[in-house]
Design a protein. Structure first.
Length: 90
């Protein structure tokens, strides 16, 4: 079995495994809110480089890239997208 069989491509080259998508879906169901999305962002971390963030967000910002995977919305802002190409979430 190849790695690509176990992964689903998300916006701007991010990879989300089936297991990760299932876990996110379970956490969203636990929250009981259908307006939340998983936001993946990159922020400057000072001397330590970049800081990667994953959090639930209800906002939709201008220029966001949004993709739905079986009820899981994954959102990436346009400034973070270049840093997330090829990233894998499992």
């Amino acid at each position: 079995m190849s790695v690509s069989d176990e992964k689903t491509t998300v916006s701007d080259g991010i990879m989300l495994s089936d297991a990760a998508a299932g876990k996110v879906k379970a956490l969203l169901d636990q929250e009981g809110r259908d307006d939340l999305a998983l936001r993946v962002a990159v922020q400057p971390g000072g001397c330590s480089g970049l800081r990667y963030q994953l959090f639930f967000d209800e906002r939709s910002l201008d220029g966001d890239v949004v993709k739905d995977f079986g009820g899981v919305k994954v959102v990436t802002d346009r400034m973070s997208a270049p840093y997330l190409g090829g990233a894998s979430i499992d």
